[in-house]
Design a protein around this ligand. Sequence first.
Ligand code: MOS
Length: 768
Amino acid sequence: MAATRKVKIGTARRTETIDIRVPETEPPIWDADAKLTVVGGSYPRLDGAAKVTGKARYTFDINRPGMLHGRILRSPHAHARLLAVDVSKAARLAGVKATATFESPTFFAALDETDESGKPVEGAGEKAATGPRRILFAGEEIAAVAALTPDIADDALDLIEVRYEPLPHVVDLEDARKPDAPKVFPDGNQRPATVWSAGDVEAGFREADAVVEATYTTPVALHNALETHGAVAEWQGGKLTVWASTQGVFGVRDDLAKFFKVPSRDVRVISEYLGGGFGAKFGAGVTGVVAALLAKKAGAPVKLMLDRQEENLATGNRPDSVQWLKIGAKRNGALTAIHLRSYGTGGIGGGAGVSGPVRMIYACPNIKTEEQDISTNAGFAMPFRAPGFPQGSFALESTLDEIADRLGLDPLALRKTNYIDRPNKGLMEQYDLAARAIGWERRRPPAENAAAGPIRRGFGMGTATWGMYGGPPADATVTIHSDGRVECICGTQDIGTGTRTAMAVVTAEVLGLKPEQIKVVLGDTATGMYSPASGGSVTLTSILPAIRAAAELARDKLFRAVAPALAAKPEDLEASGGRVRDRVGGRSAAFTAAAARLKSALISAQAARADNYPGVGIESFGAQFAEVEVDTGTGRVRVLRIAAAHDAGRTINRLTAESQVNGGVIMGLSYALLERRVMDAPTGIVMNPNLEDYKIAATLEMPEITPIMMDVYDPANNAGVKGLGEPPVVPTAAAIANAVSNALGVRVRDLPLTPDVILAALARKEQA
Ligand code: MOS
């Protein structure tokens, strides 16, 4: 049954009260009026000490009695027919316990669908193939071995004899678009374009006082989570236990159950600690399947962790893009039309679309987007932290700055003019907070900066939006033991964002305890407490409402158990500051004393997440501002400062939320300045599948980052929380590129902004 409740939405500066319909069983919503004492504070990670002391056990750290080590042989060819694989010599090597080959074109077909979050996984379109398997990229899996030691496994790979029939390949985006290009798939390399439109862009351009059009490019980027993909698999009878480095333990479980044709209750997946994923670790993947397959064949546990090279060849990437944008605006900056045409390659996978920011961020009556995936003989793309958005944001925000410069407008004023009016004005406040933090009033028009000496300063900005709220199913159990211990149990995984700590914060809020008093159990399908995969920024938004509901049920049971001892009515009791207190009579008991009243040994309450509430829940927002210094002699860009204001609805743990913002900014900065996968066209191989030649920003590149978390009350769930994992990476590259262009007085339209790109831009300017 649904009930009508009044909720106060908005920000600290302005609120309004609206009616919404929510299920009767929902706890009172944490809206703008909620008085919370634990939620919103700053808490170090509960597992911080375990992580920095090496106590935390990641998948790589799992060792089982009698465990073997798996290794995968990969194709050196970018495109070939796999004619024969002979593992007999490898199998005879002392210490080799199992081999596996994947010659059948349908070997991994069970994985060739979509993962639980609906994202495409590798090899799309190859399912119906017959005859010899076709290898589609250098690095694709050919065979695998399990041996007593990693060295023996490596030696065994050298003994595997493979016959390939090499085929013509194409790895370059532009080459792949040519009519005579080698075909990656039988129907060619150009996937059907995706077209979306609102209004009439041609009419919009006719109304415009200024029209700017330009083409932007972005590179293929590699996820490079600190922990590579991998798993430890162990069969006992017909039951499989897998420790996996994954963003979704339940997805891995279901993939493996399907692949090995066993009931999912016979598969247990554990991921207690995880060194990142960023979108590339959904589902069991080839790595998980091969680990379990080798373990089954060997009759012993197998550890299969990829090395950095494998990680960068065959586990995912962010597609590149070529984006042509045309934008029209009135003299006051009001946008009249945006037309985007783009293409990019996700190798043998899709996902090169970039239109999200164009369609979502700014008010514009006439928008048209046309996007196309181009297939190449390269590793498949996987979602990568706000898929499509960092690329799209770079082109969109750059073009908006060109318009602002053309019209002589302040870029921030132009953004505000085109702000989509939404029920709360959170974004407008974020603009002001971040602009103040960076000192936006110091920004000078490009022409003035260009007149400065060889070292030039510039300012730029960009806007983030993200619109995912999670949803059911998500389940949680909260248990209070008679000795006062409290456990919060959810099968979900902490991909490094601080999920464990956020679970404790919410449980502690409800029970009147401190976060460190809560024992969190997560990362295990055997809990039976379902959670979606940690992708799309939906972890906390999915699980916290269930956790809060379970904690409230457990607390109410505790109140009923102790009420007689306090001569109170259960409904008059409250839990805060480590005590249970009678609001009416004033008597109180310590939480532990109250728990000791439990007749049974424990109280346990389970709850499920409700659907998102209708009528509330707009996107989360962010605004980022950058100050840069560019050396016009060397072309070197230094990012001096980034101010980043974001909201995640109600902030749960300020410290880990700020860490998320810092992490997004750092990843965005790295993308802006350094990262680019380089393919060798003649051989079709990746030239830099390692962390020496694929450079990632580190301490020397770090700017001063000011993360600003602003609470926005817009509760689509009982905790009022929204996603934060992805938004902070969206506008960083755009803000930096705009700052560089502002410093130089000439647009930079190609990422990454390496010295050659900067010097070329300056040379273009001199010619002009
Ligand atoms: Mo994300 S790219 O949905 O992990």
